[in-house]
Write a protein that binds this ligand. Structure first.
Ligand SMILES: Cc1ncc(COP(=O)(O)O)c(C=O)c1O
Length: 445
């Protein structure tokens, strides 16, 4: 295939029929749409091109910068398209979740604004969510930015309705089930919409990570905000795949089928097998099902090292806040706002740790508290206990669920600590004192 521009290689990806000896299914043909074989390595190549291609000339003549909210694959695809057109690119996100992707973005000269502690998916109740932040940046510099807005722009899902869906139908005919990870929900909406036109009985099943767990690229169960393209009613069902289930299925794709998939491909494969095995035996006619391998294994070696160090003969996973079980968190000491208020008043060496993001902390926090975004303190907890034994520590997070894990971990290591029930929201809504941070511009020495 001779091409003049790498973007001409985007799309027309293979559809792999999963060997029944691997799937264990008898009455269902299961297919994997290999979006990891796109030139930039993910399903986002299609919408990135669709969102930018018609705009590039205008963006260039007006010397604009493209700005987008993405923590990974969309940022990578857009940065590459912008770089090929000498257009600057700026990313706004909670955190570029995957070290390897951040290195690529830096290699391509993208400007990266990270706000740890924010939700990866724009939370409309949070005035500091990435979309609101982008609006503020654009309002402050009128005419300097182009924001394609992948979370709200129909061109995102349209790219999949015009290409990914038709390719699946052309290769394997009608589908009865579609399993798709939910990020912006552009791919599940686009592919689902097209395949539903071909088979109105199609069941589209959305796949997310459980609450408190994180699979780069898709939402967690506590991030189901109905923003932009995402509409819950579009889905027959929304199911969860844990990090472990996703990694186990990812390893089957790699080792048994030679498909260099990322974790969300594993998550969808795991969800598909769990769902389809529960109905396979009772079927009286053959059915077809498809899931999407969204990106590549190579991006996730550091992710796998963190979650499965034994795969790389690294030492057993260090104990950290991340290894605290749900039961241990449930048993953690926690106080109501009123109790915490009294506990703080009686405490000598009190330390109040606010686990939220820096933007949320700046906007309002418990007077005298210290901001340690959860991800940072999770990393720190792998190296030891950053509190001395005479400290009394109150942990605060947005709603009081995350902070319990920290209280459980440090309590078990001899620190007198508690979690605030209901989190900062309960404190604020309880009419308790809060203060804003006033950050002075750094004065030159
Ligand atoms: C690895 C990965 N899987 C799944 C998705 C979900 O795709 P969508 O945004 O179309 O819902 C994304 C989105 O960025 C992704 O990067």
């Amino acid at each position: 295939m001779l091409i003049q521009n790498i973007t001409q290689a985007i799309g027309r990806t293979p559809l792999l029929e999963i060997d029944p000896a691997v799937s264990g299914l008898k009455n269902i043909r299961l297919f994997a749409k290999l979006e990891n074989l796109n030139p930039f390595g993910s399903l986002k190549d299609r919408p990135a091109l669709n969102l930018l291609s018609g705009e590039l000339a205008g963006i260039k003549t007006q010397s604009k910068t493209v700005i987008e909210s993405s923590s990974g694959n969309m940022a990578k695809a857009m940065t590459l398209i912008c770089s090929m057109n000498d257009i600057p690119f700026r990313i706004v996100t909670n955190k570029v979740q995957v070290k390897e992707v951040k290195l690529i973005l830096q290699l391509l000269g993208a400007q990266i604004d990270e706000f740890p502690g924010l939700s990866a998916c724009p939370d409309p109740t949070d005035p500091n969510n990435p979309l609101a932040y982008i609006e503020r940046v654009m309002a402050a510099s009128p005419g300097q930015y182009f924001h394609a807005s992948q979370f709200t722009n129909q061109k995102n899902s349209q790219a999949h309705a015009d290409t990914t869906g038709p390719e699946i139908f052309t290769d394997a005919g009608v589908m009865d089930f579609l399993f798709a990870g939910l990020g912006t929900s552009g791919s599940s909406r686009g592919v689902g919409q097209f395949l539903k036109e071909k088979n109105p009985q199609l069941k589209t099943i959305g796949v997310v990570a459980p609450k408190g767990q994180h699979l780069p690229g898709i939402r967690s169960a506590d991030e189901m905000f109905e923003v932009g393209l995402f509409e819950r009613d579009f889905y027959e069902q929304i199911v969860e795949s844990t990090t472990n289930e996703a990694i186990d299925a990812m390893l089957v794709l790699i080792r048994k089928l030679g498909v260099m998939s990322g974790p969300t491909g594993g998550a969808q494969f795991a969800a598909a097998l769990k769902y389809l095995k529960s109905i396979d035996g009772a079927l009286t006619e053959k059915k077809n099902a498809v899931f999407i391998v969204c990106d590549r294994t190579e991006w996730y070696l550091s992710f796998l090292q963190k979650h499965r160090p034994e795969l790389f003969e690294l030492a057993k996973r260090k104990e950290s806040v991340r290894t605290v079980t749900d039961n241990e968190a449930k048993a953690a000491p926690s106080l109501s706002v009123a109790e915490a208020d009294k506990w703080m008043a009686d405490s000598k060496a009190l330390v109040v740790i606010d686990l939220r993001g820096s933007l949320a902390f700046k906007a309002g926090h418990v007077p005298g508290s210290i901001n340690m975004p959860a991800e940072g303190l999770e990393d720190l907890s792998e190296w030891g206990v950053p509190f001395s034994n005479n400290h009394r520590v109150l942990f605060i997070c947005p709603q009081g669920d995350q902070s319990r894990k920290f209280a459980a971990f440090f309590k078990a290591r001899g620190i007198d600590c508690v979690s605030l029930k209901g989190g900062f929201i309960a404190w604020r809504d309880g009419g308790k004192a809060t203060e804003r941070s006033v950050i002075k511009p750094a004065s030159k020495p």
